[in-house]
Design a protein around this ligand. Structure first.
Ligand SMILES: [Fe+2]
Length: 222
């Protein structure tokens, strides 16, 4: 039985067609060409329909393998299976976040942080410029493939920049993810080749600060 699942109620919403047990690729909240000139139609189309889709397929295949093994009472390499599952589910969830925290430049994307988030950034980092500098350095120095993340502690509400390697290494349990930047080469190679720094610079024109602020306000209420 299929039903509509709203990932969360933000300014930007991803409506995911999902059945009760498996993942499906969400629709983007904008057209494939909408993020140009910073992310091209070709780049975004590939990223969404091939790479994000691969994590949908990968996660579902593992759940199907788990279901079958349990039904057949068969043994599995549990360690390897769980590691692989963590990779695919991490990839699936982080890409959902990434699409949500982007918007077309000048139409919700770019500019400065807003509301409570702006205050918290000033308090934690001293200024938006300092935050941008630290986040940019965090993104440019992720080893290999991974993500730069802005998150907030569930305990102290302090903001933290962290690096997730691959999709699942160096995750901070209990930290709410507010903003993500995909720095896998598959995210930028069509447009920027191996120039990750140029891609990171372009990213600031697309950040949907309204959506990120709403994430933060939701976090504060918990
Ligand atoms: Fe990606």
């Amino acid at each position: 039985m299929y039903r509509n699942i709203t990932v969360h109620t933000l300014h930007v919403e991803l409506t995911v067609m999902a059945n009760d047990k498996l993942y499906t690729l969400p629709k983007l909240p904008y057209d494939y060409a909408a993020l140009e000139p910073y992310i091209s139609k070709e780049q975004l189309t590939l990223h969404h329909t091939k790479h994000h889709q691969a994590y949908v397929t990968g996660a579902n295949a593992i759940f199907e393998k788990l279901d079958k093994a349990r039904k057949d009472k068969a043994d599995l390499d549990i360690k390897a299976t769980l590691k692989e599952l963590s990779f695919h589910v991490g990839g699936y969830n982080l890409h959902n976040k990434f699409w949500e925290n982007l918007a077309p430049a000048g139409k919700g994307g770019g500019g400065n942080p807003k509301g409570e988030l702006a205050k918290a950034i000033d308090e934690e980092f001293g200024s938006f410029e300092r935050f941008k500098k630290e986040f940019t350095l965090g993104a440019s120095s992720v080893e290999g493939s991974g993500w730069a993340i802005l998150s907030a502690s569930a305990t102290t509400h302090r903001l933290l920049i962290n690096q997730i390697e691959k999709h699942n290494v160096n995750v901070y349990p209990g930290f709410r993810i507010l903003l993500v930047l995909d720095v896998w080469e598959h995210a930028y190679y069509v447009d920027y080749k191996n120039d990750r720094a140029k891609y990171i610079e372009a990213f600031w024109n697309l950040v949907n600060w309204d959506a990120v602020n709403k994430q933060f306000i939701t976090h504060l209420k918990k």
